[in-house]
Design a protein around this ligand. Structure first.
Ligand SMILES: [Zn+2]
Ligand SMILES: [Zn+2]
Ligand SMILES: [Zn+2]
Length: 334
């Protein structure tokens, strides 16, 4: 009986100490934010990784990400109260741009003193026409226009999921990602000139690594160039761009959605007609369709990382891109 009391007392003590520890940790975090002279907030994962490499361990600069590392693309993202608090304490907000951050116009209106760095600024973004002759986003979309002409209306999925007129998944091209890093560098130096030297030397180092990556990509490009593919995610249009591959069909599976029998028939038809041997898909939302393709055709499905989710690690872009290269090589050569 007595043992039991001792146990409970010890347990309470442990809880108390843990609580105190956590409070201290929390207080530390708070002061850290207050102490830093300059707060940079990025919108989502690939921008965070790019900014992380430019900022490095520059003293007095605090880098935060708006969304969670596993949030993915922000096409339908709604700002949370915590996000708003973060933005109100930020000096600069780094976004991908090109319509990926659907809430951006609200942020610009509500936080007038916040400097926004648009990583896609001046980039040659792909549009829907670059996604192959045919493409499908979902039923309502397909019914809307037989020939799939959008004009200047926005490209909206049946549930209101919005992509805008351009395909802004530019980080999937190493060449364009390098330009994004340069835009981020330029923006940070303009807004925070005090740390210009640090930003410049960090960016130089990172860009050199990206150039190595590009050289590795070059030899694979010789093998892949001119191949016809089908893609199950708009982000892979930039992979096609980097490797000079032709997209025969785009089926946009970047969210949980119903795929109609008509769409399935269209994809299968496109694969047969164009003698497609490789389909690029994202495992998260493209696996079911990928299984169907592998069951019913001779095409292989290559599941690539869209680099929209991952760990907050400096080299994660480089690592994921190398992994993608390996997967592409396997898919096309085996
Ligand atoms: Zn996306
Ligand atoms: Zn469309
Ligand atoms: Zn979509």
């Amino acid at each position: 009986m007595k043992n039991k009391y001792v146990f409970v007392t010890v347990l309470l003590l442990v809880l108390l100490l843990t609580g105190a520890g956590l409070t201290q940790l929390y207080v530390k975090e708070e002061t850290k934010q207050q102490d830093s002279e300059f707060t940079v907030v990025t919108s989502f994962y690939p921008m965070y990784i790019a900014a992380m490499n430019v900022i490095g361990d520059t003293p007095g600069v605090d880098l935060q990400n708006l969304s969670e590392p596993q949030t993915g693309c922000l096409h339908d993202y709604q700002l949370t109260p915590a996000d708003m608090k973060l933005l109100s304490g930020a000096d600069v907000f780094i976004v991908n741009g090109g319509g990926i951050e659907s809430f951006l116009s609200d942020v610009a209106a509500d936080y007038k003193n916040l400097s926004i760095v648009n990583a896609c600024e001046g980039l040659n973004l792909l549009s829907e026409e670059d996604e192959g002759e045919e493409h499908a986003h979902g039923d309502a979309h397909e019914d809307a226009a037989e020939e799939h002409i959008h004009g200047d209306t926005e490209d909206t999925h049946e549930d209101g999921h919005n992509h805008g007129d351009v395909n802004a998944h530019a980080w999937m091209s190493i060449a364009l990602y390098k330009q994004q890093v340069e835009n981020i560098l330029e923006g940070l130096c303009r807004i925070d000139p005090k740390h210009q030297d640090a930003y410049e030397s960090n960016a130089k180092e990172y860009l050199a690594k990206l150039e190595d990556l590009e050289r590795e990509q070059q030899s694979l490009k010789e093998e892949l160039s001119g191949k016809h593919i089908v893609i199950f995610h708009e982000a892979y249009a930039y992979v096609a761009e980097d490797y000079d591959m032709e997209i025969s069909y785009t089926m946009d599976l970047d969210e949980e959605r119903q795929v109609s029998a008509g769409e399935v028939a269209d994809v299968m038809g496109a694969i047969e007609k164009n003698d497609i041997s490789v389909v690029l898909a994202e495992e998260l939302y493209g696996k079911d369709m990928g299984d169907t393709v592998e069951r019913e055709t001779d095409a292989k499905v290559c599941y690539l990382d869209t680099l929209t989710r991952g760990e907050y690690e400096k080299d994660s872009y480089l690592d994921a891109m190398r992994q993608n290269m390996e997967l592409l090589k396997e898919a096309f050569t085996e």
